[in-house]
Design a protein around this ligand. Structure first.
Ligand SMILES: [Zn+2]
Length: 1153
């Protein structure tokens, strides 16, 4: 091997060169044998020599560089290592109380009516109506030549089958029984604690609503996300006359702090005073503390430091961008000497280099509102501070029309709130990777000085809109992907071919590697391989490789994964109707298991378990006339009582499965068992997957704190008195380390856990969530579950969760070019070493945030590179590598850093960082650290990038002008500053949820979208223009919708026209509107249709089905709604936006002085 032989002299990056085409290439991947997929892997001769796995994780053995799973870790091997600080909790006596009242009311009337997270939180999901019948393939075969299609592989995996185990040979703590119409009346073994029915009653007629009829929506094709959201928004306006567009992001001045001189034109003079709608109430802004306002005006002749005259506050403009705030003065005003730099930071945002961006600056000539009541002097006008709505609208109008082409290094993508298409020309789409900055400081000192975190938010299996191309699947045959000899980076567009194509130099570590003979290709006169455009791995930012057997656990190709449905059948679950609902749903849902590509049926096998304080396994082998039940009552040492017949193919065993699902609700209909176990349930699923030698997912439907005597038993340790004390962190920590160890075993097996919780009281989400969280699973929570109001939400979530794109047994590694490296990771995963992120399952919604630190100098010439490689097993059991590459710029000037930042991504990182911090530090410490870091970021900008000006001026970088408002939302979120209505479980739940959110989800979660429904145009597809999240923006004559990804509120003002109420709710007056509605009535009128279509569209955009809550103005539920008006002061003590901005300004001034 000629490693490190010589440096090449060519440019470090092989950018795609438009216009180059036309080489006819022989089929690549000459080793592959199309049509005979099994042979592809037949003769592999072992891993490439020379690679040392740097830190072999426990349970793995070094292979080609990507760790493959080694022998399964023994389940019990680690259970002795409970952390000392949790001693005691395991042995606590059971605290279960008396059985619930016979009335069966599972919804205690004394409960608060809502917890905003309970139901809604859990969801998202594309509603069934939007779910496609056919899932698009996760990736598609790349067939420029004769690459074999991946699909044909599946036949190799069909054989599953541990030797049949006789059900008779059950151990003495387990009893076998056959369930069926003939035998179901036989009681289960005595002493099991539940009372089976003595006869099989007919299926209750009351369940008709949950039958398979609900499935009709599956046939609907999934619509693309709305593409016209920005259209029709009144705020998106015609070009600002004469405004020139700068390609740099410019700073924003907050006028209230230190307004620019009147002559700059910021202020009323720039807007036609007579246009626009008046804002309803007077300015609510609190008085501006004198010291934050600005220096004395007289000392700064060019800067008016006192608040501008009322008209200059532009307070009359409802959230317009152009208002006096920072707006760049229109060109007609003479520039002020010394003021230039800050001046053009206008609201209209120009983000990063925009090659295709036309010259006209979209502005709002008519934007201004007519003069309303002048604001009282000395108040900071909320309209004069940066508006999220305006930034979002500006980005939509500036960047929503052109596709985002990824060929250029360091390009800042459009905001997540903008609809845009992506064309992959060598860098990964922002749907896969977003960065806090696309221009990285060259040195660690610079990075430290700025305090801007360098992080990437990565969503490796992100779903793409139908218009975009899924990653191509590249098959290099038995030799596997071509990789750098030293760092093991995968072939990518930035590798540099040298010596006529015989070698390539690694773009990550500079090592020179010989090109394998089968991969050799000549170079053209520019040094580019002539097959450049024929190979995804040379020309695209994202693609997949078919993995060889060396990338597989035990050097064996994996079996297709399995799904195991594990249903709590304790008293509450049965009485609430949940058990019946789940069983009915599964009958049809099993037809929609994930399929690979164009496969006719899913390769995924299924199994079923029910449990309370014992576990019931079911044999649903196709040859049986009736399912058989096996009860395991010794939960202390869980095992799986049957192998053959537990995991089955749905189609083959359909009759038996249907029979089982019909019988389960009847068998437990009269149960009085209230206690449940939890850890043994996971152990059972894990053992079943181990026995079947496959990865998979457990779907656990669980209702209560597991207090029954068993491993992982929990006690109720909820204590709200700990809030705001040094012990508050314990509320977020698991009460026992048992589950951490269990999670580790699950990850080793590729056993992902999705948990659906239906609590009526505290059930310790912080502890129950450990395994789902560390295995890459999801948690859904439906507090006080009621069939009538919550079933749609739950079913939509379940359908989406079962059907969505998911990879198993996944390992992700992020490689970087010399100078930076990945140092920290946030998300739902497990790490056994410092570099590899392991996930038993990884679905299309899960995000991993990665932080980078310098370990050397970077150069402006070569920039910086990231390569994210995800090794996973597809839903058909195919082992694959998904590769995402991204190139970033590097800078020696801080201004370049600040011009290429992405605040939404920054907030995603900061929220995750803070939410992890609460595990180890008091919440107040975490909050203070966040404020301090942001103050430093902004102070550094002010000191190094803004031109000299009064210290009294608050000057924000254009790309970060929303940092204060968004940061404030994070600070007042329920995790960091809970109100009285937020439960401990809500906080733990939200904390875990946010940790795997992508940038779009954190954006709307922290700053919800508020839409005036009464302004909607019933004749168009567009959404009404969003407004800012403040009560003062609401008019009592209107109806509004607020969504944050978990909930949708419909707020109705007291003075709304009767006709609107009639049209939307079907009742004749405000007083008759029921606030217990969980859906809007279906009424045949344009307004009702429009509003419902908006709700449906929003539901489709989110990964969980949002809970719909109707709020009437002045009703008691309004308090809950106001919690989400995040620009206002919150009841829990959170600052208003205006106050927080003043506070930040003070912090910044202190840092500067
Ligand atoms: Zn390398």
């Amino acid at each position: 091997m000629s490693v490190n032989q010589q440096a090449h002299t060519g440019p470090p990056y092989g950018q795609p060169q438009p216009g180059y085409q036309g080489y006819q290439q022989p089929a690549y991947g000459g080793q592959s044998l199309p049509g005979v997929p099994q042979l592809q892997y037949g003769a592999y001769n072992g891993p490439m020599p020379g690679y040392q796995q740097p830190v072999p994780p426990q349970g793995y053995f070094p292979s080609l560089g990507f760790p493959s799973k080694g022998s399964p870790v023994s389940l019990n091997s680690d259970t002795s290592s409970l952390a000392p600080n949790f001693i005691g909790s395991l042995r606590a006596p059971p605290t279960s109380g008396a059985p619930p009242p016979a009335s069966g009311a599972s919804h205690p009337s004394g409960h608060p009516a809502y917890s905003q997270f309970e139901h809604g939180d859990v969801q998202n999901g594309i509603p069934a109506s939007a779910t496609p019948m056919q899932r698009p393939p996760a990736s598609q075969p790349f067939l420029p030549g004769s690459a074999p299609t991946p699909v044909s592989q599946t036949s190799a995996f069909q054989q599953y089958g541990p030797p049949p185990a006789s059900v008779q040979q059950l151990s003495n703590h387990m009893a076998g029984m056959t369930i069926g119409s003939a035998t179901a009346s036989a009681p289960p073994p005595a002493g099991l604690g539940y009372g089976p029915p003595t006869s099989v009653p007919p299926v209750s007629g009351s369940f008709s609503a949950t039958g398979s009829g609900l499935y009709t929506p599956y046939s609907a094709s999934q619509g693309p996300p709305p593409t016209s959201v920005s259209q029709g928004l009144p705020l998106a306006q015609p070009p600002f006359p004469g405004q020139t567009v700068s390609t740099q992001r410019l700073p924003t001045q907050v006028p209230g702090f230190a307004p620019p001189p009147p002559s700059t034109g910021v202020g009323p003079s720039s807007y036609p005073p007579t246009t626009g709608a008046p804002r309803p109430p007077a300015m609510p802004g609190p008085p501006l503390p004198g010291q934050t306002l600005a220096g004395p005006p007289s000392s700064q002749p060019n800067h008016v430091s006192s608040p501008p005259p009322p008209s200059a506050m532009s307070g009359l403009h409802p959230g317009p961008p152009m208002s006096g705030l920072q707006g760049p003065p229109p060109p007609t005003h003479p520039p002020q000497p010394g003021y230039q730099m800050q001046q053009n930071g206008s609201f209209g945002q120009v983000r990063g280099p925009q090659p295709n961006y036309g010259g006209a600056y979209p502005g709002t000539p008519n934007y201004g509102s007519p003069p309303g009541p002048p604001p009282p002097p000395k108040r900071l006008d909320p309209d004069s501070i940066p508006s999220p709505i305006q930034v979002i609208e500006d980005d939509r109008s500036n960047r929503g029309s052109e596709p985002f082409v990824t060929g250029v290094r360091g390009q800042v993508p459009p905001l997540v709130t903008t609809n845009f298409l992506v064309k992959d020309q060598g860098n990964a789409s922002p749907r896969y990777i977003r960065c806090t900055s696309y221009n990285i400081p060259c040195t660690s000192d610079m990075a430290k000085q700025s305090q801007v975190p360098l992080a990437a938010v990565i969503k490796p299996l992100a779903a793409l809109p139908p218009e975009e191309t899924l990653p191509y699947l590249v098959d290099h045959g038995e030799s596997g992907p071509v990789r750098c000899n030293r760092c093991k980076a995968y072939m990518c567009p930035f590798m540099q071919f040298i010596e006529g194509g015989r070698r390539f130099q690694c773009c990550f570590c500079s090592c020179v590697t010989e090109v394998p003979p089968h991969y050799f290709q000549h170079l053209d006169h520019t040094g580019k391989r002539v097959d450049f455009y024929d190979r995804p791995e040379l020309s695209l930012g994202s693609y997949e490789f078919l993995a060889t057997v060396d990338y597989c656990k035990n050097n064996k190709f994996p079996s297709p994964p399995a799904f195991i449905f594990m249903i709590d059948v304790s008293y509450n679950a049965v009485k609430s109707g949940l058990v019946r609902l789940i069983c009915e749903e599964l009958k049809s849902l099993l037809d929609y298991l994930p399929r690979e590509g164009n496969m006719e049926e899913s390769a995924i096998r299924v199994g079923f378990v029910t449990y309370n304080k014992v576990l019931h396994f079911y044999n649903v082998k196709s040859s049986l006339a009736q399912p058989q039940m096996m009860v395991v009552s010794d939960v202390a040492d869980m095992f799986v009582p049957l192998l053959d017949g537990f995991l089955v193919n749905v189609n083959e065993s359909r009759t038996v499965i249907t029979s089982l699902l019909d019988q389960i609700p009847e068998m437990f209909a009269d149960t009085r068992e209230t206690e449940t176990v939890f850890a043994p349930v996971i152990q059972a699923g894990l053992e079943a997957l181990k026995a079947a030698e496959c990865a998979g997912k457990l779907f656990i439907f669980h209702t209560s704190l597991p207090i029954a005597e068993a491993p992982g038993k929990l006690k109720n340790r909820d204590d709200r008195k700990l809030i705001n004390t040094d012990k508050e962190k314990t509320l977020f920590q698991p009460q026992t380390s048992f589950y951490n160890n269990l999670a580790k075993d699950c990850v080793a097996q590729g056993c992902c856990v999705d948990l659906f919780l239906f609590p009526n009281q505290y059930l310790d989400v912080a502890t129950l969530g450990v395994v789902p969280y560390q295995t890459g699973g999801s948690i859904y929570k439906y507090a006080y579950f009621q069939l009538e109001t919550d079933q749609d939400r739950f079913l939509n979530d379940l359908r989406r969760d079962v059907q969505k794109e998911v990879g198993f047994d996944a390992v992700m590694r992020v490689r970087t070019s010399t100078g930076i490296r990945a140092t920290d990771f946030f998300g739902a995963f497990y790490m056994s070493n410092t570099t590899d992120v392991e996930m038993a399952g990884l679905d299309c919604d899960k995000t991993i945030t990665v932080e980078f630190k310098h370990d050397d100098k970077l150069s402006e010439d070569s920039g910086a590179l990231l390569q994210c490689a995800l090794l996973y097993t597809s839903c058909a059991g195919q082992r694959r590598l998904r590769i995402h590459n991204l190139s970033l710029n590097c800078c020696t000037q801080l201004a370049d850093l600040y011009r290429n930042c992405e605040t939404d991504t920054l907030i995603n990182y900061l929220a995750k960082y803070a939410y992890r911090g609460v595990l180890s530090s008091p919440v107040k410490t975490v909050r203070d650290a966040l404020i301090n870091q942001c103050a430093q970021i902004l102070a550094c900008y002010r000191k190094n990038c803004a031109s000299p000006s009064s210290a009294g001026q608050l000057i924000l970088p254009e790309c970060m002008k929303l940092l204060p408002v968004y940061l404030n939302c994070v600070l007042k979120s329920d995790v960091l500053q809970p109100g009285p209505e937020v439960t401990t479980d809500d906080r733990a739940y939200i904390r875990q949820l946010v940790t795997s959110m992508d940038v779009a989800e954190t954006n709307v979660f922290f700053y919800p979208r508020l839409l005036p429904l009464t302004k909607a145009d019933v004749d168009s597809d567009s959404l009404p223009a969003a407004i800012r999240n403040s009560e003062e923006r609401l008019s009592k004559g209107d109806i509004y919708l607020l969504e944050n990804g978990l909930n949708i509120f419909v707020w109705v003002g007291v003075s709304v026209q009767q006709s609107l109420i009639q049209n939307l709710f079907g009742v004749s007056s405000f007083g008759q509107i029921s606030n217990t509605l969980s859906a809007l009535p279906i009424l045949e009128n344009p307004f009702s249709k429009k509003v419902r279509s908006i709700v449906d569209m929003l539901q489709r955009q989110r990964s969980r089905y949002m809970k719909l809550i109707i709020v009437k103005q002045e009703d008691k539920l309004e308090m809950l709604f106001k919690h989400f008006l995040v620009e206002d002061k919150s009841l829990s003590g959170g600052a208003s936006y205006v106050d927080f901005l003043c506070h930040m300004h003070k912090e910044i001034r202190q840092l500067l002085s």
